[in-house]
Design a protein around this ligand. Structure first.
Ligand code: GLN
Length: 284
């Protein structure tokens, strides 16, 4: 094996070429460009052993993000461990819409419920250094990952452990509440497939109809929203948009809007509460 090269390894490996190349980058600690320039160099056997160990994990189905310990989200590199959901591209829509909603509001106060790896709270804090961003999760292990990410990326976020609003931070007042809660129905077959098998089940499913966490978030929002924005932005499943909109209507939200992800699925829904002490005229 001492004479094996990157090229021969990539050819022999049953993994998709891109995944095998990413594992080699990780083992060698090099950028992609290095692989392209050195693909016929012989590599030491010890490196092959390390690569083979990672490839074996991937062949068992373990997600790339957990093997590499990281995932890109909105152009930032986040540490991820099996204690947190792997950030999804569709959640970038939630973050983009939340940041857009904050435009024009000075020093906004933002609460992210069920923060997991912290991607939503941290990207908002990075986009709006004047914001006071709070994030909660019921998993101490997840909060440790989120706090590490915030520190590594230089984002100012406060964290508290507890169930949805039931934390020290959940009892404060905010201009915006944002959440990507567990919304997969307990019986959804996807929970037994692909990456989801390895992710924390409490971050994926409410172990019920998929709407129970969204219900708690929508119902509780009135107690902590305030100000002229008083907006709630939630991510939800591909078939939950109507249910979430009805939930928001029943809880006196106005200006209800849904946003489509890159797959053209309505994936994020928002609404705001109108308080009589903040009479702001809005366009729907
Ligand atoms: N969007 C994720 C999926 O379908 C689920 C994440 C979540 O429940 N918040 O895989």
């Amino acid at each position: 094996m001492a004479d094996a090269t990157l090229k021969s390894s990539l050819q022999a490996c049953p993994l998709p070429r891109l995944e095998a190349a990413m594992l080699w980058q990780h083992v060698l600690g090099v950028p992609r460009s290095w692989l392209l320039a050195h693909d016929t160099d012989p590599l030491p056997a010890v490196r092959h052993a390390a690569f083979d160990a990672l490839a074996a994990r991937r062949l068992q189905g373990e997600p790339m993000a957990y093997i590499l310990g990281a995932r890109e989200f909105m152009g930032h590199r986040f540490t991820v461990t099996p204690d947190v959901l792997i950030p999804r591209p569709e959640t970038e829509l939630l973050v983009e819409q939340a940041i857009a909603a904050l435009a024009g509001l000075d020093a906004p106060r933002v609460l992210d419920l069920g923060t997991g790896s912290g991607v939503v709270a941290i990207c908002i804090a990075l986009a709006r250094p004047d914001a006071q961003v709070a994030a909660t999760d019921d998993s101490e292990a997840a909060l440790a990952v989120a706090a590490g990410n915030a520190a590594a990326l230089g984002a100012r976020v406060q964290f508290a452990c507890g169930n949805w609003y039931d934390t020290r931070l959940g009892r404060c007042k905010y201009d915006l509440v944002v959440s990507n809660p567990p919304y997969i129905h307990a019986q959804d077959a996807h929970l037994g497939q692909g990456d989801l098998r390895f992710e924390p089940s409490g971050a994926l499913t409410d172990h019920a109809d998929g709407l129970s966490a969204l219900r708690l978030i929508v119902e509780g929002a009135r107690h902590c929203l305030t100000g002229p924005l008083a907006a709630l932005y939630v991510e939800h499943g591909w078939d939950q948009v109507e249910a979430v909109r009805v939930m928001l209507q029943h809880n006196d939200f106005e200006g209800i809007a849904s946003f489509r992800d890159l797959a053209n699925i309505e994936r994020v829904t928002s609404g705001y509460l109108q308080f009589s002490n903040f009479p702001v005229s809005r366009t729907p």
